[in-house]
Design a protein around this ligand. Sequence first.
Ligand code: ARG
Length: 462
Amino acid sequence: MANLWSGRFAGDPDAALFEFGASFRFDRRLFEDDVRGSLAWAEGLERAGVLTRRDAGVIRAALEDIASRGASDPAFFTSEAAGKDEDVHSFVERELVLRVGDPGRRLHTGRSRNEQVAVDLRLYLKRRIPLLQNRIAALAAVLADQAEASGDALMPSYTHMRRAQPVLAAHFFLAHAAALRRDYGGFASVLAEADELPLGSGAIAGTSYAIDVQALAGRLGFSRIVLNSIDATGDRDFVASFLHASALGMVHLSRLAEDLILFTSEEFGFFDLADTAATGSSLMPQKKNPDPLELVRGKAGRVIGRLTGWLATMKGLPIGYSKDLQEDKEALFDAEDTLLASLNAAGSVTAGLSINRSVTGAAASGLLLATDVADYLVAKGMPFREAHEVVGALVRRLVGERRSFDVLTLDEWRAHSPLFDADVKASITPEGSVARKTTPQSTHPDAVARALEELRAWIKGK
Ligand code: ARG
């Protein structure tokens, strides 16, 4: 018998077409989940009176042996016999029958690979997502360390990639950590979505055997049963959600990478990359290239592609299982691997950054204090719209003269508004600007210190 369905056919399948349809090459990653699902199914069949206690015991012992062999011996998956297995489900079943004969042939009673692959994938995500979340929290911890190390260092913030307002460098690092926390929560939602037991759905219509699906769910750690067997065997929304969470995570890493690529460039010089986090040029001796950051940015496109590719695969499918759904696994595994590798790379590059305080401080001073000048006039009673006009005209003049606020004499200030007083000079500084912020999410040093503390507490709770 060549495979799980050969009885229906007069001859063997075309070798190339069988190879085209085979998924063992990549779905062997679901091995431990498949064995777990089968152990639970054997128990379900025993409770339903389909398997004798003896047969169930024999199956259980063999599956446990298969599991430990798989965990300890990589060659197990590359044997000649394994080379002919269509998928991980066929592999496990063949190994089982090889060990125990007939009882093994009873295990697939009332069950379909359609629900098996669905349960395997859900179990896989339930064990793998926490690892991704752990790496997300680890990168947030690196950002927290950088926030702490930068102390009261100032830097410009940017809108439209033009200097906007002074902020603490710590505030910049914490901004990226805030996005990562959403990713953590996004993956928690995917976990909740995957937390449904599809077993009992059969190939599409349900199973004819008295399977206690609640007990199965409890055994496998699922908190709910799927709503509908037709939907359950063809539903991969949880894969789409996983890919979405991964793509968004990569978008966040890409934006961090882009910021660091810019800010470590000669033009900005805000931060230096550690030598260990950069690469040289084969031709230009002076170069210190941010390759790992560029790759993180580049790989974001790849994960976004996995998401859009998968949505395109799903969109034309009739409800129920179609083989197209097998395409879910390479998308999922590749997105997972790429995100994990990128989180680690972003973490080690970020950990090695050092700040050039004098450069960031100098860049945080100058015309980006214009909003503070307008606020100064507002404090003296001028309506904001009028203050904006007055300061706009002052800025226009200063840009023309290639000067900034700090060199203005009091007379020059007053030429623009009599509301300017001697206190203006001391008031219009980057330090003053951040210290005047009042909201909890702002760059006020106390707010940033509290945000850092709160982030540390969040990380600790993970
Ligand atoms: N390898 C298949 C997949 O990944 C398993 C389910 C096969 N079901 C089937 N009816 N051919 O989707």
